[in-house]
Design a binder for this molecule. Structure first.
Ligand code: NAD
Ligand code: TYD
Length: 359
């Protein structure tokens, strides 16, 4: 039996990961530690919450006392760290919240784990701190550039990606300075069930359903590399068990899409599954003022992970989009519950009315 702490397990990727671990590793205790910010929702785990191997503890990762108590009370062997502030647009409005959780929170976790593990008779033996990061730390690519590798220098541009880069450096520092067994993975954009509808895909699906404008930032020609969230959960499981401590692995979908293309595809799929005629919601697509400092392109070279550990994505883009749209339409109550009036006002304040049209 091993005791694994997952931070941020009530969020999008965290809840998919906790479900995956509970279903695939019955010999593990999973302790989900989450502060339940606007992005954390225990309803995401309603189907597994009564499993005896699952525990939820509400705590802020910046609270050293609370984190130390949890690590010693549950005799934690491994930490998979996902808790973070994650939305680039919010980071532009409130960068300090990102520095606090992503950097101070990660440092607090590292330090509490170090203090506990170093005092054990076995020390760091059999222990692991696995930090989940993003491809955004590598910065932005031009359309012709080769994809990011693990050797690409960090050049983050947004307060979000800069704070994630800072947290990655802190994790590496604990490995190099104290000998803590750590892993870092940098993954591309995820999509799938349980994603908060401020992120592109669920926002588009929700706005088609409610017949609201769909904001396309700038000209819609920014490129992201999309990965279905269950493929990310499988990669994390594999790397947690087989990854080389001290190493970094890129994870990606090998699936680059321009925003405008993915938006059109999701709009068409949502219309079809709602029974609307083709083209019914196309007029909702609205070009708005670009995001400040908007990164042009992210693309991941995940060949190290494929070569060394044999991972590759199993869900094709077409299948993933179909499953994702169907999930949100089958779970409209979930969408309504996480979408409050305040949330809509936040967007109205940030972007106002559409102001530009692409040439
Ligand atoms: P999310 O915003 O859906 O969830 C974040 C979770 O962290 C929430 O449950 C929230 O309550 C919790 N949290 C936030 N601040 C906290 C704090 N101070 N203490 C404890 N809990 C706190 O995020 P996500 O999209 O699931 O991303 C999870 C991780 O994966 C993040 O570290 C993110 O940087 C990384 N990542 C995300 C993507 C993506 O496309 N979503 C891609 C690559 C990497
Ligand atoms: P997002 O889901 O916020 O992820 P990230 O910024 O971390 O890549 O956005 C994905 C892309 O979609 C990004 O290029 C910004 C763009 N976008 C829009 O055009 N309209 C929107 O309403 C949102 C939320 C994002």
């Amino acid at each position: 039996m091993r005791n694994i702490m997952v931070t941020g397990g009530a969020g999008f990727i965290g809840s998919n990961l906790v479900r995956h671990l509970i279903l695939n590793h019955p010999d593990y205790n999973i302790i989900n530690v989450d502060a339940l910010t606007y992005a954390g929702n225990l309803a995401n785990l309603a189907d597994i919450e009564s499993n005896p191997a699952y525990r939820f503890v509400k705590a802020d990762i910046c609270d050293a006392q609370a984190i130390s108590d949890i690590i010693s009370r549950y005799n934690i062997d491994g930490i998979i760290h996902l808790a973070a502030e994650t939305h680039v647009d919010r980071s532009i409005v409130d960068p300090l919240a990102f520095a606090r959780t992503n950097m101070i929170g990660t440092l607090t976790l590292l330090n509490c784990a170090k203090d506990y593990w170093e005092k054990l008779p076995e020390g760091y033996n059999g222990k692991l701190f696995y930090h989940i990061s993003t491809d955004e730390v590598y910065g932005s690519l031009l359309h012709d550039d080769p994809p990011f590798t693990e050797q690409t220098p960090y050049t983050p541009h947004s307060p979000y990606s800069a704070s994630k880069a800072g947290s990655d450096h802190l994790v590496r520092a604990y490995h190099d300075t104290y000998g803590m067994p750590t892993l870092i993975t940098n993954c591309s954009n995820n999509y799938g069930p349980y994603q908060f509808p401020e992120k592109l895909l669920p926002l588009v699906i929700n706005n088609v359903r409610l017949h609201r404008p769909i904001p396309v930032y700038g000209k819609g020609d920014n490129v992201r590399d999309w990965l279905f969230v269950e493929d990310h959960a499988r990669a994390i499981d594999l790397i947690f068990h087989k990854g080389k401590p001290g190493d970094t692995y890129n994870i990606g979908g090998n699936c680059e899409q321009r925003n405008i293309d993915i938006i059109r595809k999701v709009v068409a799929t949502t219309d079809r599954l709602l029974g609307n005629p083709p083209g019914y919601s196309d007029s909702l697509i609205t070009f708005v003022t670009d995001r400040k400092g908007h990164d042009l392109r992210y693309a991941i070279n995940a060949s190290k992970l494929t070569r060394q550990l044999g991972w590759k994505p199993l869900t094709s883009f077409d299948e993933g989009i179909e499953r994702t749209v169907a999930w949100y339409l089958d779970n409209r109550q979930w969408l309504d519950n996480v979408t409050s009036g305040a949330y809509t006002e936040y967007y109205d304040k940030m972007y106002g009315r559409p102001t530009t049209t692409p040439q």
